[in-house]
Design a protein around this ligand. Structure first.
Ligand code: ZN
Length: 313
């Protein structure tokens, strides 16, 4: 078994300003933990290629891609920064980072489908799951996971893929893009109510949305996953699974009020792997979304990778 780890130095250069929680140091914290824990040794490191415009257009409108390209390339040329929404800022390095983040997800999909690794994790930023078909929001520019899922379906010819989203925030962008596309099943948990205040009513029959009240702990979250996600995934029999891996439902994370800990992330990852082994030849591509307590983020990504790579104690 092998696990590939995709990233790129450009992902670190995207900077939304002092004090912003979605900061470059998130990737540093993960890197430090991989080295300190020895996990690094078991991972195959791969530098993410940039996504091509036609990759982005698998999940986004042609006009959105063209307009964002124009706006972000202007910032790259001028060295200036600007607000894209009240929480989301673009600067001179954002265009390249966004291309590498989406490119990582696409390249990881190809690698896993071609048998070069059993599964892959994309340690990238900006994250993607709030980016809708035509809107930048919630720290997200391109929807990395939705682009990769559509690449698996439209370019690589798979018939069924699943998206699993365990970020504390509802993956409204992924739902916007994939709702009604019966080749995809999306299962998610998210604190509700919480930004972006969507998800309470699913947008399609291929959406399994599990809203969770604030202050819920891991044991109850596991019960909801067992009751809601696992039967739907078993029925759907995905040929590949994409994970929106946000770690902001951790009890130490201040952007949410859920109570997950590392053992819960290990358990969730194992359940995803069980489904993937039964139906999808083990094929999983997981992409970093949220997670803003740096120590909790690093430890949680660590256990996620331990389980994915089969090195869990
Ligand atoms: Zn989040």
């Amino acid at each position: 078994m092998s696990t590939a780890y995709f990233s790129h130095p450009d992902c670190r250069r995207h900077d939304m300003g002092a004090g912003h929680p979605e900061c470059p140091q998130r990737l540093d914290a993960i890197e430090d933990w991989l080295l300190a824990s020895g996990l690094d040794i078991g991972l195959e490191r791969i530098e993410a290629p940039p996504a091509r415009l036609e990759d982005l257009e698998l999940a986004h409108s042609v006009s959105y891609v063209a307009e964002l390209k124009y706006a972000l390339e202007q910032l790259q040329a001028s060295g200036e920064s600007r607000a894209m929404d009240p929480d989301t800022f673009a600067g001179p390095h954002t265009w390249k980072a966004a291309l590498r983040a989406a490119g990582a997800a696409v390249a990881a999909t190809d690698l896993v489908l071609d048998g070069g690794a059993e599964n892959a994790f994309c340690g990238v930023r900006p994250p993607g799951h709030h980016a809708t078909r035509s809107e930048t929001m919630g720290f997200c520019f391109f929807n990395n996971v939705a682009i990769a899922a559509r690449h698996a379906l439209d370019v690589r010819g798979l018939k069924r893929v699943a998206v699993v989203d365990f970020d504390v925030h509802h993956g409204n962008g992924t739902e916007d893009i994939l709702a009604g596309d019966e080749r995809a099943l999306m299962v998610s948990i998210f604190q509700h109510p919480l930004y972006p205040y969507s998800g309470g009513v699913p947008m399609g029959t291929n959406m399994v949305n599990v809203p969770i009240p604030p202050y819920t702990k891991g044991g109850e979250v596991r019960e909801m996953i067992e009751a809601m996600w696992l039967p739907a995934l078993e029925r759907f029999k995905p040929e590949m699974i994409f994970v929106s891996a946000g770690f902001d439902a951790h009890r130490d994370d201040e952007l949410g009020q859920l109570g997950l800990v590392e053992a819960d992330y290990a358990w969730i990852t194992q359940r995803i792997m069980d489904v993937a082994r039964r139906h999808a030849k083990g094929r999983i591509v997981s992409c970093l979304e949220g997670g803003y307590s740096l120590p909790a983020l690093a430890r949680s990504v660590g256990v996620h990778l331990q389980v994915l790579s089969g090195t869990a104690a």
